[in-house]
Design a protein. Sequence first.
Length: 941
Amino acid sequence: MKKSKHIVGGASIAVLLAAGIVGNSLCSIYYSQIQAYMQRFVTSSESANSMTDLSKDDAYTQALQLCEEVESEGLVLLKNDNDTLPLGTDKINLFGYNSYKTVYTDYGSGGHHNEDQNFNFIDGFEFAGLQLNPDLTKFYQTTAQKRASMTGMTVSDADFNIYEETLAEYDEYSATFWQDAKAYSDVAVYVIGRMAGEGGDCPLDMAGYYGGEAGRHYLQLQPAEEELLAKLEATFDKVIIVINASNPMDLGFIEDNKVDAAIWAGGPGTTGTIAVAKAMMGEYNPSGHLVDTYAYDVTSSPAYENFGDFTYANSGLTIDGNGDANNGKYMYYQEGIYVGYRYYETRYIGDDNVYTPEEEAEYQKAVQYPFGYGLSYTTFDWSDPQWEVGSQGGQVKVSVKVTNTGNVAGKDVVQLYYTAPYTPGGIEKSAVVLGAFAKTDLLQPGESQTVSMTMNYDDMASYDYKTDKCYVLDAGTYTLSLRSDAHTVKNDLTYDFTVDQTIKYDTTARSTDETVATNQFDDVTAGDGNIGTTLPYLSRADWEGTYPSREASENATANAATIALLTNGNGGSTIDLNDDPAQGTTYTNGEKNGVMLADAAGIVDPDNAVWEQLMNHMSVDEMNNLYGNCGWCSPAVDSIGKPQATECDGPNGIHDLASGLEAAEYASETVLAATWNVDLALKEGEAYGDEDLVNGVSGTYGPGMDIHRSAFGGRAAEYYSEDPLLSGMMAANMVTGLQSRGIYVFAKHFALNDQETNRNGVCIWSNEQAMREIYLRAFEVAIHNVTGDGLNQLGLTGIMESYNRIGTSMVGYSYAMLTQVLRNEWGFQGVVNTDAFAVSNGDLALRAGVDMQLAMGVNVTDTTLKSGYGMQLLRQATKRHLMVLANSSLMTTTRNWTPYWLIALGVVDVILVVAIVLIALHMFKPELFAKKKNKKKAAKA
């Protein structure tokens, strides 16, 4: 019996000891992350940062007003037959499941976890002053609760089921439902919504989804929606559609003559639904323009043929030698540069870039709403254009007079496009490319404004990855055109000019480049044995012969070279950790020279002596920790007085990482881009920055800057547009606003992260022209257009790399991407962060150009620490990291809070120690407990 007690007691002590050791070790390892999650900088409504005088309540109120303003300028009037809008009544029937379960932005890091604060369409419309049929409102509240409790289904964020109510449910709710609704109002507003987000692209087939029909995709109307629309058309005098989706949908049904008006609302955020109602009532005049091409059939895009799940027939792999994701997946960007309007505006036009009537008819069959399309309640006339075309290294400047010729005040958007000469078999060229844009002020009837636009002359060059391997501006005739959308030239406002001789940027860099841009991705262009050879890139010289095919792309067999790289233990990269360049410099660390981070505040010159002194002060371990443990924070470095910084998602507002955090959910980035108003993007950045300040947040994981390559992309709400210039300019101004408040950013996801399916480790194959002109371009534009003082002196402060591979190499191990292009060509000075746990080898990532890991414990090893070159890179990464932080709001953040979790941990430790002591005493001094029992027995006797 005694032996048995000792075994049980010993085992209990071992378990408790192990629990204590493991628990305390984990708390030590993840100290920074626990701090970031548990932290409460301020418990009152006072500001958490001396950079602003706003209280939390003030900042939140300001953000809510800004959210409404963005939606008011971003919503797009698609149709307005017979001046249906503005409404002539304030009584309406509001239909649609999404009127109650509104899609505010998306789910995941771009969404929000505290939707109770948001105004759904019912709330927003009533707040704006519309009177809604109360029976209809009650009906949707009731059915939404029923759907949430249906067996096997959860009405969750990541839910692609279609919960639209059937006609039978309306009749079951009330036998006189339709008569009563008609009696209440002859106006029916139908909200149709679609949701997507991180990790989930829109389904290509709705088989198996509630409310879906096999053979239809998610972006089409489903049966219950079609039935409801038909019923509305048959019952009500006026039918108005509101599209509550950031992803382009098949909207051919809007053309039905029984649909009187339609508004694209995108993801309206916290208060955007109020703006939609006010626009319908005439308080706002719609001035938004679409940021994507809306084809009648979204699957008609060539990118659709290579979108989804593609697995190598011969891979048989799950992970590589580093543990980095390699699921044997691939994706061919076979459409090349022909993405969005670059395809649709080129596909139906001849090589002379002039439409014949037959070509125009074919275009009209394919495209419902061109890129840049948007209606208004008023009309505008453009006149007196001024054209000034510089030369190599110079600028193109265009101005035009815009006059409001209608009866109500409104804003207009002027879009400047250029057309470059195309030679069949030469460099691929889109028929039109957006070069610049401008939005007017609010113009009263009869009022005029001259708007001016500027673009770089060199930006008209195309990238030749085949022959000259640099940017090339071909000789020939170029046309500038002023358009209301990508297809419609306004008042024949065009200007032709001639480039006499071809300009090759092979020895002289473009005006925006630090060095000549030359091929960096020949290995990616070479492909995997399929793309670029048996599967050619799309060419306007032979549309039919080069058009992609899903069947041809599926189940490809990767060549031996591709498989060898995928299994090389280096994350598919060609970096050799055993071949560091010779480095004779010996570095000093831990010298305790007294230089603190505060001494470097305001210093943005990396060659200033204070930075070298600061590096010398820090220990190697501190540098390594600052590199490898940046999961949602930047760790404290006590020796130099650096406090911990909190970093939060995301693109559409502060993500609710910690319960109780109250911050606005801004309208989706797609809506912000649809304003075509860079000043408003700046204003949103400032408001977002104020919210960060009062909540003690120093860094933001955003904005999102990938491209709407396909309508099915899961994170469309987190990315601006199909066009990189529009994306880059909106991002640059958003970032400038954030950084004006001292908030550093991580623009993401760099790069070619344009679908969520298989995002972890999928091999992306693209030619270099498409990479540079489409997918990298938005980041390039943003880097060159962030301006201002303070933190903005550093330009764009941060980049977050992506989960995917470029060819075979994980992006986090791509020296070509993160160093050659990003830093050497573009002159990026900020810090490169990984996506969350994107890579597992800190040594490889450091050599590629990564400066910090959004992870825990992805540090460098002796491979770096015992290499002179490795230490040079670690110090360089540390300097970049600290230069951003030293000039940020971190240096003025108040931290008046108590780390209660540490107190709780201490209490648990004490309890464990007491328990272990008691068990040990029971094992080895049982008589102590026996005496107590005997005393109790004696007392009872």
